[in-house]
Design a protein around this ligand. Structure first.
Ligand code: FAD
Length: 291
């Protein structure tokens, strides 16, 4: 059964990890993965060139996850500098490793560039190509942006884009981080009203560090810092330990609210930190105890 089908049957747990740049980093990440597996994640996604970097150890990481037999790897794949030929070569390579699920994205532009520099300008083109080329041999996830993409005039335009992604063959949605729960509810209602029935994996960014938290919101995404988060930031502005400690509870509350809204998967941006993630999951009590 594919990832999307499993998400329709019960609320699943998944993580996002990012590939390290060195063999030493990769070794460390193997330990992190072992810890994350203990939570029986239904799938783990691995980023690809996020922030305009190179893909680093993406393949090695996907290979390790596929070989573990303990989760389903989902590789991100982007339009950046990719021709159709590149996409076919790369996806064939993943299939040989046993990776058959992909998050098809436009991708972050490389520094100094303002276009993808490949055959696809938007994720829609990549999704259409992948579905036409591979049929149901692969699973395809797409991004959903509850607050609207930074280039979009408003978030409602992206609801129409999301409908197009569904029509082109995407299987499920992974959302961009948001802390604005009111906007998330508006968006969820809007996509369902627009006939978008795909399962939603909601991206959960743990609140662990003051500067990173602020940067995650405003540096690339234009995400709002709602009042409860602003108060958390102010209250623990000069107290990193308090910020971390109470930030975990903040994240647990957000996860509980998402569950109450009926999302299909909690997708935790694990930031390659199994310690904090495990603590959050333990406190939440939502997914039992680790193996
Ligand atoms: P798109 O869906 O292509 O949308 C981008 C803009 O184009 C929007 O304004 C949209 O309205 C518009 N648009 C879309 N389709 C059309 C169309 N057919 N015609 C006209 N306009 C259109 N980046 C990485 O580089 N690597 C990663 O690993 C990575 N992981 C991510 C994981 C998640 C869960 C998310 C949400 C984002 C991730 N990103 C990653 C960032 C992402 O690449 C950027 O947010 C990027 O700017 C947009 O990607 P997208 O697929 O949402 O773009």
């Amino acid at each position: 059964m594919g990832v999307a089908e499993r998400m329709k049957q019960k609320t699943t747990l998944s993580f996002e990890v990012f590939p390290p740049k060195t063999e030493a980093g990769m070794e460390k990440l193997r330990g992190v993965l072992e810890e994350l597996y203990r939570w029986r994640p239904d799938w783990i996604s691995c980023t690809y060139g996020a922030g305009g970097t190179d893909k680093g150890y993406n393949l090695e990481l996907c290979r390790a996850m596929a070989g573990s037999g303990r989760t389903t790897p989902v590789s991100h794949y982007t339009c950046i500098h990719h021709t159709r030929q590149d996409a076919r070569r790369d996806i064939d390579g993943y299939l040989e490793l046993g990776v058959r699920d992909f998050l098809a994205l436009r991708g972050d532009f490389l520094p100094g560039e303002t276009a993808t520099g490949g055959d696809f300008d938007h994720a829609t083109g990549l999704i259409a190509f992948l579905r036409e080329t591979y049929g149901d041999r692969i699973g395809i996830a797409c991004s959903g942006v509850p607050e609207g993409h930074i280039l979009s005039p408003d978030w409602k335009q992206d609801v129409a884009v999301l409908k197009r992604k569904q029509d082109l063959g995407a299987d499920f949605i992974i959302t961009q981080l948001t802390f604005d729960m009111e906007q998330f509810k508006r968006w969820l209602d809007a996509i369902r009203s627009a006939g978008i029935h795909l399962p939603v994996a909601v991206g959960v960014m743990p609140v662990l560090d003051r500067d990173k938290c602020i940067r995650h919101c405003v540096s690339m995404n234009g995400s709002a810092i709602p009042r409860p988060l602003a108060r958390h930031i102010s209250k623990y502005y000069n107290d990193p330990e308090g910020f971390l400690e109470h930030g975990k509870d903040y994240t647990v509350e957000q996860m509980r609210e998402y569950i109450s809204l009926g999302v299909n998967d909690l997708h935790i941006y694990a930031l390659n930190r199994s310690d904090a993630v495990s603590d959050i999951l333990l406190r939440s009590g939502l997914f039992g105890r680790p193996d």
